[in-house]
Design a protein around this ligand. Sequence first.
Ligand SMILES: *[C@@H]1O[C@H](CO)[C@@H](O)[C@H](O)[C@H]1NC(C)=O
Ligand SMILES: *[C@@H]1O[C@H](CO)[C@@H](O)[C@H](O)[C@H]1NC(C)=O
Ligand SMILES: *[C@@H]1O[C@H](CO)[C@@H](O)[C@H](O)[C@H]1NC(C)=O
Length: 174
Amino acid sequence: MQQLTIFKTLLIFLFVIQENSCRQLKMKQLECLTYDPEYAKFDLCELDTSLRNNPTLSIAIRLLTIPVTNINLRVEFGLLGSSPPIIVLNNSWDGCAFLKSRKSNKVFGRLYRYIAPYTNLNHSCPINHDVIIKNLTVAEGGSALAMLGGEFVAKVYAASDGKTRISIKVTSSY
Ligand SMILES: *[C@@H]1O[C@H](CO)[C@@H](O)[C@H](O)[C@H]1NC(C)=O
Ligand SMILES: *[C@@H]1O[C@H](CO)[C@@H](O)[C@H](O)[C@H]1NC(C)=O
Ligand SMILES: *[C@@H]1O[C@H](CO)[C@@H](O)[C@H](O)[C@H]1NC(C)=O
């Protein structure tokens, strides 16, 4: 099932890369949502579009019930252009298992390597501090995300103790 999804994703991306290879991807919209403000809230959820060609994303998540010892992350990745978006990836991972062994998942590993330089979440669980992503950009030439191409929406849900706590949604286009 998972392999089929990845295969489908690759096919669609290959198609989209060819269609769009000379245009530049930009983050257009950012949405942060807490489902449980007593568990986690956003001190910062900002897409800085003042550098027109290179928008940067900064997020600060304040964790109010620490330490966090288990995280389940679900990533939905959809291509825009039809309504509703075509979902090409909808997978979830054990975040703590991943942070402990970062090679355990290829798709997520790739995503994490991309985000890692911009975040303070660079250790294994428990998490006992606020989580910060600072000045992340996808517009760098040759980056994994820029190569994916397409107008897409990526939504990440984080759950712990079996409850969805927050979600972050990024919409990107040319
Ligand atoms: C992704 O999968 C989850 C869990 O299986 C499901 O609840 C959700 O509706 C799916 N999302 C989309 C956009 O299909
Ligand atoms: C993790 O990030 C923090 C804050 O950016 C930094 O001080 C620390 O050295 C990093 N640790 C590792 C293991 O990379
Ligand atoms: C992001 O970078 C800009 C300048 O490059 C800086 O002014 C801003 O404070 C940074 N954002 C954060 C959250 O550090």
